[in-house]
Design a binder for this molecule. Structure first.
Ligand SMILES: NC(=O)c1ccc[n+]([C@@H]2O[C@H](COP(=O)([O-])OP(=O)(O)OC[C@H]3O[C@@H](n4cnc5c(N)ncnc54)[C@H](OP(=O)(O)O)[C@@H]3O)[C@@H](O)[C@H]2O)c1
Length: 224
């Protein structure tokens, strides 16, 4: 399948690598491919984008617009504060009628403390859906670390990934994709795209749990 991963950070890299390893035709998108290829500064994981892309020659690198045009299925893995700008660069025509898995979180650290730039009565998922009405936005995977997103078997037992979106067939496509490609077993449908509020508002809890548990490898489980 042709997949476009918008965003060259750790999340985009992790998703792109996993899907390319699985045999998909993957392009990862950035504002400027030449500048990204020249990024030699290691990130917090100790690897630079220049080294990563050299080691993943089965992942193509393109602009946001080229990547959106390439993908039959798209992932938004851009920084939540600028996701709308990045998607504008991708271009409404390239996004039209595509399914986009929105992994982003509206985390705003500008005050020095963690805040959500949007919450309660709105969400980033909804803002994206409103800005690009022909795009089929499915909020998913934003409530766990990237390594868990693509490999839920990393953690023992049943744990959950949530999906929310207005387009029912798009949500079914994403649910099937998450099960088939990444091996998710517990996919919980939170309804329409307003469900994005609930999962984005889990992030302050996730951020508190990380130091409390001393690891990034954990996830939410729903007992009933
Ligand atoms: N870290 C995790 O495990 C995790 C888990 C769940 C959800 N998330 C969410 O996943 C998303 C990606 O996180 P990340 O840490 O991988 O990457 P990130 O550093 O949050 O975002 C990187 C991407 O944002 C783009 N970008 C930055 N400023 C821009 C601007 N002004 N205009 C257009 N594009 C811009 C960058 O473009 P260039 O390529 O051009 O530099 C890059 O592609 C975030 O929303 C995050 O909250 C992360």
């Amino acid at each position: 399948m042709k997949i476009g991963v918008l965003g060259t950070g750790g999340v985009g890299q992790t998703i792109a690598a996993r899907l390319a390893d699985l045999g998909h035709d993957v392009m990862i998108g950035t504002r400027d491919p030449d500048q990204s290829r020249a990024r030699t500064k290691p990130d917090w994981r100790g690897i630079s984008f220049a080294d990563w892309i050299a080691q993943h020659s089965h992942v193509q690198l393109g602009t946001f617009a080229e990547t959106a045009a390439h993908g039959e299925l798209l992932f938004n893995c851009t920084s939540g504060m600028i996701s709308l700008d990045a998607l504008a660069l991708a271009g409404a025509d390239n996004l039209a009628d595509k399914v986009l898995i929105d992994v982003s979180n509206p985390l705003d650290y500008s005050s020095g403390a963690l805040e959500l730039s949007v919450c309660n009565t709105d969400s980033l998922g909804e803002q994206i859906q409103r800005a690009f009405p022909r795009l089929k936005v499915v909020k998913a995977l934003n409530t766990m670390n990237a390594s868990v997103m693509v490999n839920p078997a990393l953690l023992p037992g049943e744990h959950a990934v949530f999906v929310a979106g207005d387009d029912t067939p798009a949500k079914a496509t994403v649910t099937d994709f998450l099960r088939r490609e990444f091996g998710w077993r517990q996919v919980i449908d939170l309804g329409d795209i307003t469900g994005a509020r609930a999962v984005e508002m889990l992030l302050p809890l996730w951020v508190r749990l990380m130091p409390a548990l001393g690891t990034i490898h954990f996830n939410f489980a729903v007992a009933r």
